[in-house]
Write a protein that binds this ligand. Structure first.
Ligand code: NDP
Ligand SMILES: CC(C)=CCC[C@@H](C)[C@H]1CC[C@H]2C3=C(CC[C@]12C)[C@@]1(C)CCC(=O)[C@@H](C)[C@@H]1CC3
Length: 279
């Protein structure tokens, strides 16, 4: 039986590049693109079918930031498939990012410069808001919706005699000091993105502790700094194009500047070849 793979946030950026790479690895896969916008999902499906005309690609409506939508989508997945080999938890947001210019120039002339470019520590803040479920939007999207999805799908993820993998698209921006158990949603701080990514690293550990014995394995991967809609929300695309030569220079010092969605997705796709990666 062919592998069934579901990717959240599959219509653009790293998610779409991941689908492309997965199909290059094995064009017989049953791929399910889980997206909140069905028009963009259709466009992504068409693009993938152009390069892989015989691919099996389903679409699933999923707004990972809405608990109702997650429950509905999970129900549909269980009705559609009797197994799920890989669940890529990739959808993510970074709303209203602000760069601290002063911290950037201070960091540029410090011994921490490489770390600053690799992790953006101390450089970025975001403005979060409360969503319709009454949850902080970044927490709900990057973490909670995905967690509910995993829990709801446990009957097809934890099946006897079968191994399934959950892969979180995390970030080197994840930082312990941005996360607090007293404020898991990061209502009070200004780094909800770093907090949500750190929380996803923790949840991944907890999933392993509870579910490895049932054949479910969870991993976190940072794709590196990649030019996508998310990064175009930090600085406009023309500015990134302008500083591209500098970015290729920085790449010499930090391997985290992967820059293209194709390169970034490369960290996520080897799983399906059954390679083991040390995390
Ligand atoms: N770009 C980078 O440098 C890095 C990115 N990452 C992570 O990679 C992941 C992918 O981001 P990237 O490709 O860069 O950015 P994109 O903005 O290109 O992709 C994000 C994807 O997530 C989807 N999405 C956002 N919110 C929701 C939601 N509520 N429900 C369903 N789908 C949603 C978007 O859909 P829509 O098109 O409808 O908005 C889009 O398909 C994120 O988790 C991000 O944090 C990690 C490290 C570095
Ligand atoms: C490259 C030059 C000369 C200037 C850009 C400075 C910053 C805008 C840039 C430096 C490090 C970057 C970075 C991210 C965003 C843009 C930077 C702060 C991320 C936080 C983007 C999202 C992620 O998940 C991280 C892995 C990135 C870490 C590095």
């Amino acid at each position: 039986m062919e592998k069934v793979i579901l990717v959240t946030g599959a219509n653009s950026g790293i998610g779409l590049a991941l689908c492309e790479r997965l199909l290059c690895e094995d064009s017989r896969l049953q791929l399910c693109l889980a997206c909140r916008n069905m028009q963009r999902a259709e466009a992504a499906r068409s693009a993938l079918l152009t390069s892989h005309p015989d691919a099996h690609i389903d679409l699933l409506h999923l707004d990972v930031g809405s608990v109702r939508s997650v429950l509905h989508a999970a129900h549909k997945v269980k009705a559609r498939y009797n197994r799920l080999d890989y669940l890529y938890l990739n959808a993510g947001i970074m709303p209203n990012p602000q760069i601290d210019i002063k911290a950037f120039f201070k960091g540029l002339f410090s011994s921490n410069v490489v770390k600053m470019f690799a992790t953006a520590e101390g450089l970025l803040t975001q403005q979060d808001r409360v969503n319709k479920d009454g949850l902080q939007e970044v927490f709900a999207t990057n973490l909670f919706g995905h967690f509910v999805l995993v829990r709801e799908l446990d009957s097809i993820l934890c099946q006897a005699g079968q191994t399934s993998r959950v892969v979180w698209t995390s970030s080197s921006n994840a930082r312990r000091s941005a996360f607090s158990l007293e404020d898991v949603q990061h209502r009070l701080g200004t780094e909800p993105y770093a907090s949500s990514k750190y929380a996803s690293d923790l949840i991944s550990l907890a999933l392993n502790r509870h579910n490895n014995s049932q054949g479910l394995y969870s991993s976190v991967i940072c794709p590196g700094l990649v030019m996508t809609n998310l990064t175009y929300g930090i600085l406009p695309s023309f500015f990134w194009t302008l500083i591209m030569p500098i970015m290729y220079l920085i790449r010499i010092f930090t391997h985290t500047f992967t820059l293209t969605p194709y390169n970034g997705a490369g960290a996520l796709s080897p799983w399906i070849r059954g390679q083991s990666i040390t995390v």
